[in-house]
Design a protein around this ligand. Structure first.
Ligand code: GLN
Length: 313
């Protein structure tokens, strides 16, 4: 059955991608981080990886982009590894917000003033502060090492231009962080925590890296290619649950309805998703809809999900 699906997928992927490509015109690239504003609007690429490491690729799959919010899934997992569930969930909640990713609304509403979940910016900033290490450099290195391990790619690195651009203009994230500090959620210096946060958002990848990372999540933390457990199953379960309920920001419900898979998007246009037990998937399309998700990427995933009946429901 896998062979049949795989054949069908490889045969039709280019035409489905082409059809989705016109949706890039409906979106806009993120401009609030100046360095992201120069991204080409008409890019669309995808890489799907099976458990043996075979890939189906199409379009601009070699295009390079930064992880942005996709990184939050993996810093959450690393914080769980470093601190355990109890500590992590004393700093962030478990509920979707239905607000924009950088929203300041509702920060006060969860007792005792903690962010609703680890995938909105406020929550992810709280998570950055939990990564083991005695300096921002040590924490960043630990994160980078973990990303490289999961992606099975030792060359992953920080895009310094994006990092600087984000840091220079992050007034809103700074205000979120100061708010968290005031609420007693952050114990480190605010600028130190933000340095770690900007660094993990600025790690540069391609679609194949996303697919490879997603493959490990699709197999519950076990890497089927290297035959090795990388992440405890429970932590992947937590991460995937958040991806499903909060991964596409305030369009998570719509994505759940139309695609039905756990996913995480970033403002650079990347989407990491997976077919549990089977494939890891990486998509990129920098033109975003008004919810901050890749317009064409979401469309392409909807098409694939429909075609192969991938929805979990
Ligand atoms: N680094 C971005 C920010 O903090 C991540 C947001 C995103 O990808 N949605 O604004």
């Amino acid at each position: 059955q896998h062979a049949e699906t795989w054949k069908h997928l490889n045969k039709h992927l280019p035409e489905w991608l082409e059809e989705s490509k016109k949706y890039t015109e409906d979106g806009n690239v993120a401009a609030y981080i100046p360095e992201l504003a120069s991204a080409p609007k008409d890019v669309l690429g995808i890489c799907i990886m099976d458990a043996a490491g075979n890939t189906a690729k199409s379009g601009d799959h070699e295009y390079r982009f930064t992880l942005q919010s996709i990184s939050k899934v993996f810093t959450l997992i690393l914080a769980l590894i470093d601190r355990g569930e109890e500590v992590v969930f004393s700093k962030v909640g478990m509920e979707p917000t239905g607000d924009d990713f950088n929203s300041m609304l509702k920060l006060e509403l969860v007792e005792p003033g903690i962010p609703f979940n680890p995938l909105i910016n406020a929550g992810a900033i709280a998570i950055s502060s939990l990564i083991a290490g005695s300096s921002p450099d040590e924490q960043t290195n630990r994160i980078l090492h973990f990303f490289r391990e999961v992606a099975d790619n030792g060359t992953l690195d920080i895009n310094q231009d994006v990092h600087k651009s984000e840091s220079d203009t992050a007034h809103r994230n700074r205000s979120l962080a100061y708010f968290l500090k005031d609420n007693g959620v952050l114990h480190h210096d605010v600028e130190d925590v933000l340095e770690v946060y900007f660094s993990h958002c600025s790690v540069e990848v391609g679609c194949a890296d996303l697919a490879r990372m997603a493959l490990v999540l699709a197999h519950n933390g076990f890497d089927p290619i290297r035959n090795q457990r990388l992440i405890p199953r429970r932590f992947v379960q937590i991460a995937k649950t958040f991806m499903f309920t909060c991964g596409m920001y305030n369009a998570s419900g719509e994505f759940a309805m139309n695609v039905g898979l756990p996913a995480k998007s970033g403002v650079s246009g990347g989407i990491l998703t997976m077919v549990p037990g089977r494939y890891g998937i990486g998509v990129v399309g920098p033109a975003l809809n008004n919810k901050g998700n890749s317009t064409a990427g979401v469309h392409l995933l909807g098409k694939l999900s429909q075609e192969f009946d991938w929805s979990l429901f």
